[in-house]
Design a protein around this ligand. Structure first.
Ligand code: ATP
Ligand code: MG
Length: 286
């Protein structure tokens, strides 16, 4: 039988859409009808299992799935021996401590002897013990933010992205204990044939992620400015320089990182670049 990788992805929720998009951008084709629990790719040796995110680390640990895409928060909370193969850069959020808005907060010692509700008892417990704080951790599985309002706890520790849920429940964020993003995880003891497929998948994921962080840039410049402009442009090697039909002018092509993009564009204009085009990159193999 042909070897296949089984990958666990969230069935529906804040990870599922981006997880499937990434896989599609890797050129992997599959059909997932609504409500299906399993699907198979037609052009890559991979099978999908659609699960609740909380169950993903456990399934990978038990070998039911070879791989999974899950939030790092859930991974650290639930798993012992899984390896992070790749940080995926989406579903970014933070795990934070929050208390009622009207309370005065002067530091982590606020929580000494207090009662904190959370769905992340392990992450919170580790954090508090590192800080030397003794608190009572009350584990609940959802709607953590209402706990102080109903007298269940004096503070909470929960996922925050914009803070609007906290605000609506009369709470304020006082300390970030963990920053999370989606990660690709695998069991550390995978057989060589599966490892081989995993490496192919990671190669594709790298190409997709690199392409997202980079743009292809084309510009025109008078020949006497070309050297200065080459100094401003980064690029995998030096930029490509091509003569233009117009005498004394050249076209320069390069790849530029999203993060330094605007700063470099300004410098390029100052140095005499004209007709600057910036084009998205579909895949980038380093
Ligand atoms: P499931 O039904 O699969 O158990 P869930 O309700 O537990 O889903 P979601 O709310 O879909 O989980 O969140 C899944 C993961 O997405 C979280 O563990 C976290 O890593 C990330 N996440 C949660 N909230 C946000 C947010 N507001 N913005 C970005 N990422 C988030
Ligand atoms: Mg969940």
């Amino acid at each position: 039988m042909m070897t296949k990788l089984k990958i666990a992805v969230q069935k529906s929720g804040r990870l599922s859409e981006e997880s499937l998009r990434l896989i599609k951008e890797c050129g992997i084709k599959f059909n997932n009808g609504k409500g299906t629990l399993k699907a198979e790719a037609s052009n890559f040796p991979i099978e999908f299992l659609f699960l609740r995110d909380d169950d993903i680390p456990g399934y990978v640990e038990d070998g039911v799935a070879d791989l999974g895409i899950v939030g790092e928060n859930v991974l650290v909370e639930k798993s012992k021996g899984l390896e992070i193969n790749k940080r995926l850069g989406f579903s970014k959020c933070r795990l934070s401590l929050a208390i009622p808005k009207g309370e005065k907060y002067e530091g982590i010692s606020y929580f000494e002897g207090k009662n904190i509700a959370t769905s992340y008892p392990k992450l919170l417990g580790d954090y508090l013990s590192k800080q030397g704080i003794n608190a009572d951790i009350h584990e609940i599985s959802g709607s953590v933010e209402i706990a102080p309002g109903i007298g269940l706890a004096e503070g909470i520790c929960d996922i925050v992205s914009s803070g609007s849920t906290l605000f609506m429940n009369g709470l304020k964020e006082v300390d970030v204990i963990f920053n999370s993003e989606a990660v690709l995880v695998s069991s550390p003891d995978m057989d060589p044939a599966k490892k081989d497929i995993l490496n192919k998948l990671i190669f594709r994921i790298d190409a997709v992620l690199n392409s997202k962080n980079n743009k292809y840039i084309l510009l025109n410049a008078p020949n006497d400015k070309v050297e200065e402009i080459i100094g401003i442009l980064p690029g995998m090697r030096s930029p490509t320089v091509l003569p233009l039909a117009q005498e004394g002018w050249s076209s320069l092509h390069s790849v530029i990182n999203e993060d330094e993009f605007w700063e470099r564009i300004e410098k390029l204009k100052e140095a005499g670049a004209e007709g600057i085009l910036v084009v998205p990159i579909e895949k980038m193999i380093k």
